[in-house]
Design a protein around this ligand. Structure first.
Ligand code: ZN
Length: 154
């Protein structure tokens, strides 16, 4: 969906402020996964028609993350090892939150890896630094969950 909000600039020239919103859905096979969602976000940007502005991309669940880092499998294994050291999944009984639930570790992992990213849009492209890619970090998967993509600009 694209909404237009017309505004007059000081020069009297008409500018169009656009707003775009989309939900990306995931249902991972494993409890924990990292998925490179850069192509999906780029597709959203193309669909929005926005050339200058910002993309906000956030997990809509408190046991999943959206973060930016390198698309390198060794690093992803390092993240997994590091997060398991900080907040091990088991034993479930070590967490007070796991009173009828088993996902306390997922809440903690999500907090470390972050809720959202904001990326500048320049000349119709995601204005990344070297090697930057956007990832969905799932910490309590095997069910339907979503990510919000919101793009504002012109
Ligand atoms: Zn929970």
């Amino acid at each position: 969906m694209v909404f237009f909000d017309e505004k007059q600039t000081a020069a009297g020239k008409r500018q169009l402020m656009k707003s775009y919103r989309k939900e990306l859905w995931f249902n991972t096979r494993n409890r924990r996964e990292f998925i490179n969602i850069t192509p999906e976000v780029e597709a959203c940007l193309k669909e929005s028609g926005i050339k200058e502005g910002f993309v906000l991309c956030n997990a809509m669940h408190i046991t999943a993350s959206v973060f930016i880092n390198d698309d390198e499998s060794g690093l992803h294994q390092d993240f997994e090892t590091w997060l398991e050291r900080l907040a091990p999944e088991r034993p479930y009984s070590q967490y007070r939150h796991n009173n009828g639930e088993d996902n306390a570790d997922a809440h903690l992992k999500r907090t470390i890896m972050g809720r959202e990213v904001v990326v500048a849009v320049t000349d119709g492209k995601l204005d990344f630094g070297p090697w930057e890619q956007i990832f969905y970090g799932e910490f309590d998967g095997r069910r339907k969950k979503r990510v919000l993509v919101k793009i504002i600009g012109e």
